[in-house]
Structures are given as C-alpha cells and as structure tokens.
Write a protein that binds this ligand. Structure first.
Ligand code: SAM
Length: 300
C-alpha cells in the first residue's frame, strides 16, 4: 500500500573528484569499506542496485552508482571532498562543455557550485573559472563546497550575470560558458507535487532564461555555450533554445551523445533530456551551442 515517493527509488550517484583522487582509489577504498564493486554498467537496468553493490556508470567516466538508500553525507570520502554527491543528469553540462585545461570559462548562475567544481576538475584547476550568482547565501555555501573540493581556479562574484559586462578586459579570453539558470524545478522528483505548471510563471522564467542565453552570446570570444535546466517543460527547454537560435544565426546546436537514450523534443533531437524512466535520474534538459567557425574567424 504505502507507496514510496519515486525520488527514494532513484540510484545514488557519486562523482569522483579528480582534483583529489581517482576512480580506482575510490573503488578500492569503498571495497575495503564493505561495498561490492560490480564493474561498469552496460545498460539501464544495471543502475538498479541492491544494498551495498555499486557500479561505474556507462555514460560518464567519473561517476559511480549506488542503491537508492545509500547515504554518504557522513562518509570520510565526502567530507574530504574526494566524492561529490551529484545526480547523473546534472553531471552532463560540464562534461559536454569539456573546457580544456588553461581555458577561460564562465559559470553564469553557479551556486551552490556542483557544476563549477566539475568544470574545475575537467580544467585540472588550470585557467580561469568566473562564477556568478545573485544569491549571497548560496554563494557562501558554494565557497565551502569549492574549498572542500580543492578548487583553486575560480573567481566568485555575487553579481547579476545579466549585468556582467562582456567587453570588460578580464573576460576577453572567455571561450566557454555554462548556463544553468533558475528554472521551475519541475524535473526534481521530490518537488514534483509542488511545481504545478503555472503558465505565467513558466513564461517569465523562459523570458529570463532567454535573456541569459542572449547575454552569454555577447562575450566576444565565445566558442561554446552549454544550457541546462532541471525542468521538464518545453517552454523552458526546447522553446528557449529555438528562440535563441532564431535570434542568433551564428550559433548552431551540437549533436550530443548518440548513445544517450532520451533526446530533446522534435525537432531539437541534438539536445538531451533525462528522466526517471529513461535514464534513472531527475528530469533534466541540456543543449550545447557552438558558434560557427566562419563567425569566429577574424575579419581582415
Ligand atoms: N549551477 C548550480 C549547480 O550546479 O550547483 C545550480 C544553479 S541554480 C539552478 C540557479 C542559480 O541561479 C541560483 O543559485 C540563483 O541564485 C542564480 N541566479 C538567478 N538569477 C541570476 C542572475 N540574474 N545572475 C546570476 N545568478 C542568478
């Protein structure tokens, strides 16, 4: 009778923080700690795990997957910043943006900073990572999280991203932007009852999301821009991307992970979606935009 909320049935995902350790070392540590390693998953059902069994994810290289009841909040590896507790879908944006070590990157709406720390790990802490958030309290949480994760390449600012001046000399080499703006949160399994689709609210969120995208597009050296939400509504996802593409003809969508089981709604199948049923994650959307090479080549 008593039905478990679906959130309780999602696997627990653990991202190994490569700034502090390796997947191999974490697997060894957990084996000694009573967990049973079952190798790399190869299909969705392999992510449905019992008790202390765990696997390596099939899509994301530094992701380990545990049973729904697993709780690492008091675990040494978590407290020491060796592992980050982050849903699989929310690991996609930084992984797909994949900024090279040494590059200049903006995380536009960054707090509490899980994606920022993921970007820093991909960049091997080299380069510059400008992270903005409007909310001072969330930004304070973020400083703690980044310190624990050993992130050192960041520059945090309590600032409205829409007011960041793209022509300021400090951003002249920014080629990568991650944009994960406020959204309805309708993809969060635990919030689903509380996020009834209020059309007025969705329209205003979508307008904000599009303004953020348009603003990101004005950074002079921008090459790649990843957009993500934890919303399941087309209005905040494909519709925002379609409007952006219409207004910014120098950008195109990059086709993402052909092996990923859930795509953006037609015609935007280059984008990814995620859900409890198809990917065993929270509901999520991600798009990768790239500036045409012709648009990047400097005029003589
Ligand atoms: N990327 C974060 C992570 O992975 O941990 C989560 C970001 S959350 C979805 C959206 C964030 O955007 C919130 O922390 C909110 O305070 C911030 N935000 C909202 N409007 C903003 C604005 N105009 N400029 C900068 N940040 C903003």
């Amino acid at each position: 009778e008593a039905q478990m909320p679906p959130g309780e049935q999602l696997p627990r995902y653990v991202r190994v923080n490569s700034l502090k350790t390796t997947v191999e070392d974490v697997v060894d540590y957990l084996k000694r700690d009573g967990y049973t390693y079952q190798g790399q998953a190869s299909r969705l059902d392999d992510l449905t795990l019992k008790s202390k069994n765990f696997v390596k994810d099939m899509h994301l290289p530094e992701l380990l997957v545990f049973s729904p009841k697993t709780d690492f909040h008091d675990h040494f590896l978590y407290k020491a910043g060796h592992i980050i507790l982050q849903d699989k879908a929310s690991c996609l944006p930084a992984h797909l943006l994949n900024p090279p070590s040494g590059s200049h990157v903006i995380d536009a709406c960054a707090a509490p900073g899980n994606k920022t720390s993921h970007l820093a790990a991909i960049m091997k802490n080299k380069g510059r990572l400008f992270a903005f958030d409007l909310d001072a309290k969330r930004l304070a949480t973020m400083s703690t999280l980044l310190l624990r994760a050993g992130v050192t390449c960041q520059q945090l600012a309590n600032q409205d991203f829409l007011k960041v001046n793209p022509d300021s000399p400090q951003y002249k080499d920014v080629e990568y932007v991650l944009l994960d703006p406020s959204c309805s949160g309708s993809g969060m399994v635990c919030l689903q009852d509380r996020t009834a689709a209020d059309q007025t609210r969705l329209a205003s969120l979508a307008a904000f999301q599009l303004r953020c995208l348009n603003h990101a597009a004005t950074f002079p050296r921008l090459k790649r821009l990843v957009y993500s939400t934890c919303s399941i509504h087309r209005q905040e996802n494909e519709d925002v991307i379609a409007a952006f593409l219409q207004q910014n003809s120098t950008f195109r969508l990059v086709p993402l992970l052909p092996q990923w089981p859930e795509r953006g709604l037609e015609p935007l199948s280059q984008c990814l979606r995620a859900s409890t049923s198809k990917t065993r994650t929270h509901g999520f959307f991600v798009a990768l935009l790239e500036k045409h090479s012709e648009a990047l080549s400097s005029t003589p």
